[in-house]
Design a protein around this ligand. Structure first.
Ligand code: IMP
Length: 199
């Protein structure tokens, strides 16, 4: 069976990836499974693809197996695309998800609804077993609320309302969010690409 190493340490993301790739005869391995549980990569690039490439290459270089790595950001129109690639540490090093949401709401104070447009984007980089690099993206458009709504999810979920919805990501069931999320769309784009390589 073909093996593929996933760069994330997050068990929920791993599970989601396993479910989406279940139709392929692929053995999904975590970093830990290939002895790289301690591998740390400094994500210092200014694009999602740059950071995803760093993570994927760090693994490929060591194990020479195919690798999937992802990187995600929230891009807000009124802030010229911030926090973008810096979404994890928008409110500073070692900040919490809540710190980030509060900073975002403060930065958008007084900004009217029509200028609160935003999108989540995920970039997935795939390095195949021969070392060839490929990338795909997934995006979900929406806008930033004026206050937090809901308790589910993580990150910026409580302040993000997807286009055409009446609930924030935090107010949706996990399954509902995962069905339309940026990560799901990027994974679907990957599956489409991967299918073509299998014929
Ligand atoms: P990562 O590249 O998946 O680690 O995402 C970087 C940052 O983007 C995270 O620390 C979160 O703040 C935010 N983020 C990523 N995915 C989501 C999501 O699905 N909902 C809300 N915030 C997210």
């Amino acid at each position: 069976m073909k093996e593929i190493v996933i760069s994330t340490d997050n068990v929920d993301k791993l599970q989601e990836i396993k479910e989406i790739l279940a139709d392929f005869s692929l053995e999904i391995l975590s970093k830990k499974d290939v002895g790289l549980g301690d591998l740390e990569v400094i994500e210092d690039q200014d694009t999602l693809k740059g950071n995803a490439l760093l993570k994927a290459r760090a693994i490929y270089k060591r194990v020479h197996k195919s690798v999937l790595a992802d990187d995600t950001g929230l891009f807000v129109e009124a802030l010229n695309g911030a926090p973008g690639v810096y979404s994890a540490r928008y409110a500073g090093e070692d900040c919490s998800y809540k710190d980030n949401r509060e900073k975002l709401l403060a930065d958008l104070k007084g900004v009217p609804r029509e200028k609160r447009g935003a999108y989540f984007e995920t970039c997935i980089v795939y390095i195949d077993e021969r070392g060839e690099e490929h990338s795909v993206h997934g995006r979900v458009e929406g806008f930033i609320l004026t206050e937090e709504r809901g308790t589910g999810g993580f990150g910026y979920d409580a302040v993000f309302m997807p286009e055409g919805e009446t609930r924030s990501f935090s107010e949706m069931r996990e399954k509902e969010k995962n069905a339309i999320s940026h990560r799901k769309r990027a994974l679907e784009a990957f599956v489409k690409f991967y299918r073509k390589t299998q014929v």
